[in-house]
Write a protein of this length. Structure first.
Length: 483
């Protein structure tokens, strides 16, 4: 391959591709058109140069099960070596396992994954040492700039470090069991769990965390795996639990097996949606409130007077209310995992919840983990004779619109118009702020309109105590957004 330093057209091609794939918090695009071996090698090189200048000695590299992910991760690992650092290549893992590796080894990490995106996409998530958040303002732009100076891809591709991969998988399972009490679980009743891995990385985790795959005793619950074969072509349904159609199989399996709980993971398994025994999808905010209550109780039992819990501005009010009723202090955050991870450390927060079913834990290096949240919910169910629906009922007393996207020509102009109308009281009486987009907070309702970081979209969310009122408010605001 020609050295880009002596081939300006190749160098410019790399620059253009980086511009297409670089988002606010990660890199993501289509395989071939946007992402190729050259870009992954350059990314690894840039990461090594930036993190090396900060004092790092090695970088952890892992990947999901998409057809191109192992090769892409190999080239990223080769780029790290070319950039002057050691690489610890752990191969197939979930994103939260990669974050855990970054924490236990205090090394920056590169995870090759496109998360919940369809087949044909791929990408890279980046974290700093100790699983710290990385964004364009905090590292990604610097990595991109250094990557543009990378030489042409050069081998050999490092082999997967099997010893590190095995020790990581076991340490991860041990830690999750310890944090949630699954290692000492004595259920008051038999529990059956259905877990839809969607052919994603959760298929690897189930046997490790709940079973005997890493030489641990099995957790005393029955776990019925659905689509656990690792297959990045997603032959059954996309591994995107945000779409209701992708939850149908898990809902049907819960009903068919008379299960107590259903779990539905995204492709890289850092996010989990929950289904009750009746087959109904539980609100991520309600789940977040339930876990917050448990984490606050644990922190208070250990002597922490008023534990801090973060919740992004799109979570239901029930999250803040539960935090305060449980003796904690709620802190509102903008949307986005990188900023939340920084705020977790700034506030020494014990837990954080996002409306999108990302859950963050202080004792998990302030990183997010879907299966850690699942372990908490299982432990809660194991200690009571209440069903998941009964546990959640009083935590779903508000009616949310859900996130509704609108394609607009000028998102900034739309936000200014919405702000002016909100100030004039067109949508109800309340306080307007610009914390993350435009928010209006009333005595018993809230709404938020904000821009997408990557597309010409405006995203709308609102919540009121009454479904009819929520529908009316949604219709009123969207008419203005789309005018």
């Amino acid at each position: 391959m020609t050295d880009p330093a002596r081939a300006p057209e190749a160098h410019l091609g790399r620059r253009a591709r980086f511009e297409r794939v670089l988002g606010a918090y990660d890199l993501r695009g289509t395989v071939g058109e946007d992402l190729d071996d050259d870009l992954l090698f350059a990314l690894g090189y840039g990461a090594a140069r930036v993190f090396g200048a900060q004092g790092a000695a090695e970088v952890v590299v892992g990947c999901d099960m998409r057809p191109d992910s192992p090769r892409f991760a190999g080239w990223a690992a080769a780029g790290v070596v070319a950039g002057g650092l050691r690489v610890r290549f752990v191969g197939l893992c979930s994103t939260d396992q990669l974050y855990f590796a970054s924490g236990i080894w205090d090394a920056p990490g590169l995870m090759v994954t496109a998360s919940h995106n369809p087949a044909g996409y791929n990408g890279i998530k980046v974290c700093g040492p100790g699983a710290t958040g990385v964004s364009r303002a905090h590292g990604l732009d610097a990595i991109r700039a250094s990557a543009l100076d990378a030489p042409a891809p050069q081998g050999p591709i490092p082999p997967v470090d099997e010893e590190s991969a095995q020790s990581l998988a076991r340490a991860f399972a041990v830690r999750l069991r310890e944090l949630t009490g699954l290692d000492r679980l004595e259920p008051v009743r038999a529990l059956t769990i259905v877990a839809d891995a969607g052919n994603g990385m959760a298929g690897k985790l189930l046997g490790e965390v709940f079973g005997t795959d890493v030489d641990l005793p099995p957790v005393p619950v029955e776990v019925i795996g659905l689509y656990t074969e690792l297959d990045g072509t997603f032959p059954h349904h996309p591994a995107n639990p945000l779409e209701p159609a992708n939850l149908v199989d898990a809902q049907a399996a819960v009903r068919a097996h008379g299960a107590d709980l259903g779990l539905a993971f995204d492709g890289d398994a850092d996010r989990c949606f929950f289904i009750d025994g009746e087959g109904s999808v539980l609100s991520p905010s309600a789940v977040g409130a339930l876990v917050a209550e448990r984490e606050i109780a644990r922190a208070r039992a250990e002597g922490e007077e008023t534990p801090v819990v973060l919740r992004n501005l799109l979570t239901s009010r029930i999250v803040e209310e539960t935090i305060e009723e449980s003796g904690g202090r709620a802190v509102r955050t903008p949307v986005g995992h990188s900023g939340i991870k920084r705020l977790m450390r700034e506030h020494d927060a014990v837990f954080a919840a996002e409306h999108s079913a990302h859950f963050y834990f202080r004792d998990f290096y302030s990183a997010d983990s879907g299966i850690l949240a699942a372990c908490h919910i299982i432990a809660i169910l194991a200690a009571t004779d209440q069903s998941a629906a009964q546990l959640i009922t009083h935590r779903e007393r508000y009616a949310a619109s859900g996130e509704i996207n609108s394609t607009v020509a000028d998102p900034d102009a739309v936000l200014e118009d919405i702000a002016a109308r909100a100030e004039a009281g067109e949508f109800g009486t309340g306080t307007v702020d610009r914390f993350d987009g435009v928010s209006l907070e009333g005595s018993d309702f809230w709404l938020n309109v904000r821009k997408s970081n990557t597309e010409p979209l405006v995203r709308f969310n609102c919540e009121t105590p009454d479904p009819r009122r929520t529908a009316e408010l949604t219709e009123t605001v969207l008419a203005r957004v789309r005018a």
